[in-house]
Ligand binder design. Sequence first.
Ligand code: GDP
Ligand code: MG
Length: 423
Amino acid sequence: MLTAISGINWGDEGKGRMVDLLSSDYDIVVRYQGGNNAGHTVINERGKFILNLLPSGILREEVINVMGNGMVIDIKHLVEEMGRLKDAGIKISPANLKISDKAAICMPYHIMRDCLEEARLSDKKFGSTRRGIAPSYGDKYMKKSIRLGELFDEKLLKERLTDIVEWENLMVAGVYGAEPVTVNAMAEHLKKYGDMIKPFVCDVSLYLDEQAKQGKKILFEAQLGALRDIDFGIYPFTSSSNSIAAYAPIGAGIPNHKLDLSIGIMKAYSTCVGEGPFTAEYFGEKAEKLRQAGGEYGAATGRPRRVGPFDVVASKYGIRMQGADEIALTKLDVLSDMDEIEVCVAYEKDGKQTTDFPFPQGLDAYKPVMKTFKGWKKDISGCRKKEELPKEALEYIDFIAKATEANIKYVSVGAEREAYIVF
Ligand code: GDP
Ligand code: MG
């Protein structure tokens, strides 16, 4: 049984929280793309955890966690993240964490290049988290990555590193005029952190194939939402990888298997971190109220998130791109204080309305078309059954489901593990 959990919107839909909840049924949780640029927040009986690289299943002792070939991994960050969790009493060993030998390493020069490029772009910047993700993926396709499996042959590694560092310096020093990196410093970095990571590195493709054939339940966890997918998102304001569910078997190393179920996480209102078109954006007081209510500040960066009403156009597109069979609607409780709740039901340009998501570069020309719903003005965070929800909340959910063609299966009403309703 292969299930993917992915984001329907711009990210931060509460994927980490839903994976934490649903992973109790699964034997294995896999991350298949991205790096430490985004953060998942998970709150459970053991405390509050922010995960950047590790799969959320790491918080459950009986679950085995896999980091796939589709990821780019900053090994220093990984060692530190593992250290933080271990300090909080979480057990991490090669028995419950397996990292693909084919995953690319995000190196210090990738972080440097990310920062140098954002600085060069100044006001045209993409809103990168400056964690080296875009240069890492760029290098992967330029075939200049060092992959984790290379850590096991020091002689070969040194040779390749020497070539790669020479090439990197053409950019770091040649293009940007920054201090060149040295082979020795990079070799030391790889030795220091690589030695700590090596025990976890293996052929996860072979492992997952065997487990899938034995009928084990495997959960794929995406980072970032459909609108940040490099092909289908709001390019160039996207992540640098394919975050959509269809990529999960590839990024995990088992392209010979098909997904049995795709669960999409969709937020009851919209948030967007960083730059890029965000058609139904709120500003000023309206924005601040929603931001405060939802605690919308980045888990990885602390940056205030841009906010807006639920967006039918973007969400319907996200559901299609994720091939979502089931939807978990999250953070409905955040809207409980509102007298009125708006929904963006269409985009309008030149007097014409559409509910089909337009080509991203043209998005700025569209205005949101809003519909207003009556708020329920009642705390719903204690609701555990559909029948306990106020009538207005049920109407809101029903409208969203119909407008986006969503099969809403879960509604989450709080950050805690048990704060959800099965529909
Ligand atoms: P992710 O990147 O998709 O995993 O989401 P983030 O962790 O970045 O952001 C989601 C935030 O909302 C986290 O702080 C969660 O603890 C919190 N959260 C998740 N679901 C709910 C919910 O139903 N209600 C409330 N109030 N908070 C939630
Ligand atoms: Mg997040």
